[in-house]
Design a protein around this ligand. Structure first.
Ligand code: MEV
Length: 380
């Protein structure tokens, strides 16, 4: 049976979570754990999970993707299934990975080609005998199948689109407050840097702007490539086992900004610290990176997003690591430690009650794993 399969990774935040929502800089890295979305056609129009039509209350991310990428009224419909080893509610970007993987899968299912002449995207695909109809900007560009170079697959994948739609989906489900960090990292993979300024022209991807309440936030998005660290440097992720929804944690910080003094100043300090962390990363200074991570943790504690279980795991990791901090939204979820002795650090975290994974920096971003030529619109 024809199917479209797409996958995208989770992430950890090295520096700058929460403050990044308010336009401050942050650095995140993709991890080995991934979410995979599979689409198969069904006769009934619409998108289904199991046999039931998608419940948009339960799956707000899918509501955004389907509205942009799939005609719910047309036949065939789709059956969507998900497998994931990114734990939910753990601050590891599970919802972003799901949003990005479904954006890639739905777009590929709908059909996408690159125009051989202009290099422009041509959206929509239908095949009738030898003719191929490609719809571009509402125009039906009919061409002979022999002439039109049709390419579906990895090279027809737009990471920019997947990260943008993923960001919109995250914002819709987080009361309008979401940075592009998680979805950018999941789409592009590797190490990504968001900043309030252009940091390095050779690493810059694009500017992202989003209205948030009465302010317009904007981020300069970069990829950090070619970092050099000595052999054996690892990140250990420690899970408290406590589930803490990002939406609640982000809303808590928003409330404290209006109720308490010093929250905005703490975010400014985090912003400066991220620049220091970035310099250390670019210089291959592992000790400097670790120190900045631990300082970031103390500032996150001041934002009110730590949790006693996170404090226990961070304290357990510090004696054998270069630095440790909570990662993601906090309130439970996970912490990370940068270490040259991953075995000792992971054992210390486990002894303190955490579940651990050892990961390296920079795993691949979103991928289209399988797609029949022509997507799923006309499955013959
Ligand atoms: C969650 O992984 C990261 C936060 O900064 C929220 C966001 O960036 O949208 C807490």
């Amino acid at each position: 049976m024809d199917e479209v399969v797409a996958s995208a990774p989770g992430k950890v935040v090295l520096f700058g979570e929460h403050a990044v929502v308010y336009g401050h800089p942050a650095i995140a890295a993709s991890i080995a754990q991934r979410t995979t979305v599979t689409l198969r056609t069904t006769e009934e129009p619409g998108v289904h999970i199991g046999r039931a039509r998608v419940d948009f209350e339960r799956h707000p991310h899918l509501a955004t993707m389907i509205a942009h990428l799939w005609d719910e009224t047309a036949s065939p419909g789709l059956d969507l299934s998900v497998t994931s080893d990114v734990p939910r509610g753990a601050g590891l970007g599970s919802s972003a990975a799901f949003a990005v993987a479904s954006a890639v899968a739905l777009r590929a299912a709908g059909g996408r080609a690159v125009d051989a002449g202009t290099g422009a995207w041509l959206e929509g695909y239908a095949s009738d005998g030898s003719e191929v109809a490609l719809f571009h900007g509402g125009h039906d560009v009919r061409r002979n199948a022999e002439v039109g170079e049709r390419r579906f697959g990895q090279d027809a994948l737009s990471l920019e689109e997947a990260s943008l739609l993923g960001h919109v989906a995250e914002a819709m489900s987080q009361d309008g407050r979401a940075s592009p960090m998680d979805t950018l990292t999941s789409a592009y993979g590797g190490l990504v840097l968001l900043s309030n300024r252009l940091e390095r022209e050779d690493a810059w991807i694009m500017r992202r702007t989003m209205p948030m309440g009465d302010a317009v936030r904007s981020w300069e998005l970069h990829r950090l490539e070619g970092l050099h660290f000595e052999e054996g440097l690892s990140l250990v992720v420690g899970h408290t086992g406590i589930n803490a929804p990002t939406t609640n944690m982000v809303a808590g910080v928003a409330a404290r900004r209006t109720e308490e003094t010093g929250i905005d100043e703490t975010m400014d300090t985090i912003g400066a610290l991220v620049h220091r962390g970035m310099e250390a990363l670019l210089a291959g200074d592992a000790e400097g990176v670790g120190r900045a991570m631990t300082e970031n943790h103390l500032l996150l504690r001041r934002l009110g997003v730590s949790h006693p279980a996170l404090e226990t795991l961070v304290s357990a990791a510090l004696p054998t690591s270069l630095g440790a901090k909570l990662t993601g939204a906090g309130g439970g979820g996970c912490m990370i430690a940068l270490t040259q002795d991953p075995k000792a650090t992971s054992e210390a975290i486990e002894l303190a009650g955490g579940r651990t994974w050892i990961t390296s920096f920079g795993t691949p971003g979103a991928r289209l794993e399988a797609c029949p030529k022509g997507g799923l619109i006309n499955p013959k």
